[in-house]
Design a protein around this ligand. Structure first.
Ligand code: SF4
Length: 618
């Protein structure tokens, strides 16, 4: 098979067993890679009702199918597990080189189960796989862990994915750090911590064979030129992912502010990259195989936060540790971002959790007695930085926030559930869905909880149209069934591992050529969409088996009860009727029943009869 390492690697940390299984052609062609492999392996290997932090949960690493090949922007690799934050399908993707390295070592996916006797790291050195002692690394930050492992293995080129103190302390909003990128969402750092696994280190010296190297050469010549001169690439290279922050504040009025109480942040100009890039950014940074570096390295040379160096902050962090906590100070933003990366915290969930705690504090539901004296007022930089540390070490109020806002509001009660902003337990990204109603549906329908990347529907909602969906009215609940199609497209991107920012340059129509060049598969774009649809239905089936249905495809009370207070989306809200209408249209487009459950006919059409049988569908 072309474009594959050829094996699947299974590691049982409890038993200290390593098993290598052949990647069959049937499995590869049906599920392709990335989310396709992740969703299938998770469904098959994690039983219903498994405690996400128990040894029975599996942590799966599956690179996109094009990872390790020269396909432009093919950087994305996924971690998968049952999420401790949501109790549902857990997934986190990042543009780390570890995926390509794993394939160079000969493996198209890694599945880790069990729990090590003591703190360990997994060392994959081509054919040699071992579990090594990491007890000396306990408590250290992610960058220190990377350095320690590379020093111990005496190889500065070893690729590492690791957790910080947050993952060790089973913080349910902990991320996995790798290659200065973060596998941020759904708390998979805690799953790694529950296995006493500080890191996974990989060295691969093999090569991937392409089916058609001549075609690849031709495609590269064509696409490198197109990408490097595209206006979107030029803008992203200059300012990174947050270049449109002023537009979403001033034109759309959809930038969630102070725990989603407001939707326009008066301090947006100073957290916008147009302000901080000329002052603080020293260079750009790219993920693996990317020719459009959107990472901005932010360095603070003097003052209170001198010594801060961080890759970012990206748009989502400008929201979560900027607008959502009322912070207009770019230096506090950069320092908070650095702390999250070093301690191993998801910046989105951490910022939303702090925003919720700040609202509790200002309403008198939390007092200085509850917060170790920290004055949790919106915009207080010291409070933001201190609280991040408290969360990572589960100290004081940090212990309340460490399990995310759903659990924190359950524990605190006293009406705080009304302004706990999450979907299925996952804190949302930077799109106020009240003014972008398709994003409301996308939050509700996403298999991993409130998410922007599983659909990228914001692209259609903010611009009034995208791809073949030419007219999208962001303030209407009508015409939103398109979300199902774009979910399938974006899942396809997650299957092949192409960065979603590539949607500006080449789209589904162009992917068959890359499949031909890498694997030799001849697929039409309609068949490609089926690949995305199959993986999405598998993810959904995992959630259905866990007992999730229409009741869980919902939105936080704030988005349904409190109209936007100011700005160009003033007065907009998503009513129960509107959400029901969007869900009905969406389920119909997906071929699911009205309770949001995939039908047997749909699963059989996707070649998933065994899943329909397992779910006992009629
Ligand atoms: S565009 Fe940005 S996020 Fe995407 S692969 Fe390139 S550097 Fe990574």
């Amino acid at each position: 098979m072309h474009g594959y390492g050829g094996k699947l690697l299974y590691v049982n940390l409890t038993l200290g067993e390593v098993e290598k299984r052949e990647l069959t052609e049937e499995f590869a062609q049906k599920y392709i890679g990335g989310n396709g492999f992740g969703a299938r392996l998770l469904y098959d290997n994690v039983r219903t009702g498994t405690d996400p932090l128990s040894p029975e949960n599996c942590l799966i690493l599956a690179p996109g199918a094009f990872c390790g090949t020269p396909v432009p922007e093919a950087s994305k690799t996924g971690f998968y597990a049952k999420s401790p934050l949501t109790g549902a399908f857990g997934e986190a993707m990042a543009g780390s080189s570890i995926g390509a390295e794993l394939k160079f070592a000969g493996y198209d996916a890694l599945l880790v189960r069990g729990k090590a006797k003591g703190w360990s790291y997994l060392w994959i050195d081509d054919d040699e796989v071992s579990v090594r002692d990491a007890s000396g690394m306990l408590g250290i930050t992610t960058s220190d862990a990377l350095e320690a492992i590379r020093e111990e293995l005496d190889d500065p080129g070893v690729m590492v994915a690791c957790i910080g103190p947050a993952g060790e302390n089973l913080v349910k909003i902990a991320c996995i750090e790798s290659d200065f990128r973060q596998f941020g969402r759904t708390g998979l750092g805690a799953v790694m911590g529950s296995k006493r696994l500080k890191a996974i280190a990989v060295r691969g010296t093999g090569d991937l064979k392409l089916a058609n190297p001549k075609l690849m050469e031709k495609l590269l010549a064509e696409w490198y030129g197109t990408i490097s001169t595209h206006p979107h690439a030029i803008a992203d290279i200059k300012y990174g992912t947050g270049e449109f922050i002023s537009t979403v504040n001033e034109v759309h009025g959809t930038f969630p502010t102070r725990n989603w109480q407001d939707s326009v942040f008066e301090g947006h100009r100073t957290i916008a990259p147009q302000y901080w890039v000329p002052k603080y950014s020293v260079k750009t940074k790219a993920c693996y195989a990317c020719i459009k570096p959107c990472g901005k390295v932010f360095v603070i040379k003097e003052g209170r936060y001198a010594g801060t160096v961080v890759d970012g902050p990206e748009f989502e962090t400008q929201y979560s540790l900027g607008g959502c906590v009322g912070n207009p100070d770019p230096e506090v933003l950069a320092k908070a971002n650095e702390l999250c990366d070093e301690l191993g915290l998801d910046t989105i969930s951490a910022g939303v959790a702090i925003g919720w705690a700040m609202e509790c504090y200002e309403r008198g539901l939390l007092t200085p007695k509850d917060t170790d004296g920290v004055k949790l007022n919106f915009g207080d930089g010291d409070a933001i930085l201190k609280t991040l540390e408290l969360i990572a070490y589960r100290r004081g109020v940090g212990d309340l926030l460490a399990d995310g806002v759903r659990e924190a509001s359950r524990r605190l009660g006293r009406g705080s559930e009304a302004f706990a902003v999450h979907v299925k337990g996952l804190e949302p990204p930077a799109y106020d869905a009240r003014g972008l109603k398709g994003m409301g549906l996308a939050f509700a329908s996403s298999t991993r909880g409130a998410c922007h990347l599983r659909s990228c529907a914001y692209a259609a909602e903010l611009s009034g149209g995208w791809w073949k969906f030419k007219r999208v009215d962001r303030l209407s609940a009508g015409g939103k069934a398109y979300v199902a199609t774009v979910e399938n497209v974006m899942t396809l991107y997650d299957i092949v591992g192409i960065c979603k920012f590539s949607r500006h340059f080449y789209f589904v129509e162009e992917l068959p050529d890359f499949f031909k060049a890498v694997q030799g598969f001849t697929l039409k774009s309609k068949e490609l969409l089926k690949l995305g649809e199959r993986a999405w239905n598998l993810e959904k089936a995992f959630n259905v088996r866990e007992g999730l249905d229409r009741r869980h495809d919902t939105l936080p009370p704030r988005l349904m009860n409190e109209p936007i207070r100011e700005g160009s989306s003033k007065g907009s809200v998503i009513t129960r009727e509107e959400l029901d209408r969007m869900l009905n249209d969406y389920y119909a487009a997906r071929g699911w029943d009205r309770n949001g459950i995939p039908t047997r006919a749909k699963l059989e059409e996707l070649g998933l009869k065994d899943i329909a049988d397992d779910l006992k569908l009629g």
